[in-house]
Ligand binder design. Structure first.
Ligand code: CTP
Length: 398
């Protein structure tokens, strides 16, 4: 799948650097032509000779390593993709400020190829605001981050910071480089995050939702070649690169935004946790405490998804069902009531499947009754499974 693709693999000085040997072998086995560049500290963790043998090419570190051309410019121009795995907190900071004190730093400034970064560091470092800001700055500039995993770390601690699994890294490389982008020509409309229904100017009713699932769907749809419109409730997440984002607040605003863009869409993914209720009356002033129990009258919001079925035509429509009991039965009812092609059902009481976590445990149920139970995985990996189903359903429809 990667035959003829030129990948520059940048390795930086993390204990996880030993895993780059497997990444290199995987890339080679898929047919990629891999050029390895090490930072000076990476030498301490991984043997250049082994990398040279595995890649079948000389391994470079220094700007002035012997080469007949201007090394950093040549390497930058030749690459179809630059993968930095593992990327240390220090190297990420260097990239954020554009420092060029070694070969890898220099060639990154000269390169126009897509950049994939797989960070690896201890949990406290990954959580540090400086690292967070640097990562988000790189994302804004278009670099893609392969989120580190949660698990045991070299320090003996447990937490987020482990280099992503080699298979996930390979999958990301493939989805960026594989010539076949399965959603090319499609327009994917995604909803994400919660909605907020105001009670008064300072209070609202909402649903628990980080927006991460919807944002992962938007990001992967874009990677797979689709034009993506993301209608998002309030979240702190940055817009995925290349995605058109429309920010809304209430269920009503989300409904209007979805309906306004629905005619363009060929695929609709309703990952938003839309509030089912809104206050009947919104107080224009902040409500004061009276010392007594307070009742707020609520009415149901309109079901955005159910309203779309009247104009469904050949569109593929996917809904979500976050349940606490009778998962499959409840999800199936929703699938038929809302006229969906597929529903992603998850039991939010299971560990690793709730809100504000990086992972999810889901079952995919289609309108023909096919049920695909999936193991616990990152929301990004789940997004890929969902989109694979969408591609399959699209093929059935056409
Ligand atoms: N949904 C929607 N509009 C609403 C409520 C939900 O479009 N007003 C969508 C969600 O985005 C999701 C699906 O419908 O894709 C299921 O949402 P959920 O809240 O689980 O279903 P409800 O129909 O509200 O059922 P209940 O809350 O009774 O379980």
């Amino acid at each position: 799948m990667l035959s003829g693709k030129k990948i520059l693999l940048g390795i930086t000085g993390s204990i996880a650097a030993y895993k780059s040997l497997q990444i290199l072998r995987d890339l080679k086995s898929m047919g990629a032509d891999v050029q390895v560049v090490l930072t000076p500290t990476a030498h301490r963790f991984v043997p250049p000779l082994t990398l040279q043998v595995f890649s079948g090419r000389p391994v470079f570190t220094d700007l002035f390593d012997p080469h007949e051309e201007v090394l950093h410019l040549t390497l930058a121009e030749k690459a179809d993709l630059i993968l930095i795995a593992p990327a240390t907190a220090h190297f990420i900071a260097k990239m954020a400020v554009g420092l060029a004190d070694d070969l890898l730093g220099n060639l990154l400034l000269a390169a126009s190829a897509p950049i994939l970064i797989a960070p690896a560091m201890d949990v406290g470092m990954w959580d540090h605001p400086a690292v967070k800001e640097n990562v988000s700055l790189l994302q804004k500039r278009g670099a893609q981050i392969i989120e580190p995993e949660v698990g045991p770390l070299a320090s003996g601690k447990e937490g987020k910071g482990r280099l992503a699994d080699e298979k996930i890294i390979l999958e990301r490389v493939i989805s960026l480089l594989a010539s076949e982008r399965p959603l090319t020509g499609e327009v994917v409309l995604v909803t994400a995050g919660p909605t907020q229904e105001p009670i008064d100017p300072v209070r609202f009713i909402s649903n628990r939702s980080s927006g991460k699932m919807g944002y992962a769907l938007a990001r992967v749809s874009r990677e797979w070649g689709a034009r993506v419109i993301l209608v998002s409730g309030p979240t702190l997440l940055p817009a995925p690169p290349g995605v058109e984002r429309i920010i809304v607040r209430t269920a009503e605003e989300m409904k209007k935004a979805v309906e306004a863009r629905y005619s363009e869409a060929t695929v609709v993914l309703m990952a938003a946790a839309v509030s089912d209720y809104q206050p009947v009356a919104v107080s224009p002033q902040k409500m004061k405490k009276s010392g007594e129990a307070l009742s707020i009258r609520l009415r149901e919001t309109e079901d955005i998804l159910a309203g779309l079925r009247l104009r469904k035509e050949k569109r593929i429509i996917v809904g979500f069902a976050a349940e606490t009991d009778a998962l499959v039965e409840n999800a199936r009812k929703k699938l038929f009531r809302k006229g969906l092609d597929l529903i992603v059902a998850n039991d939010v009481t299971q560990e690793g499947a709730g809100f504000d976590v990086e992972t999810n445990i889901a079952q995919l149920i289609d309108s023909k009754g096919r049920i695909t139970p999936l193991p616990k995985m990152s929301k990004e990996a789940l997004a890929r499974y969902i989109l694979e189903e969408v591609v399959r359903l699209k093929t059935d429809v056409s």
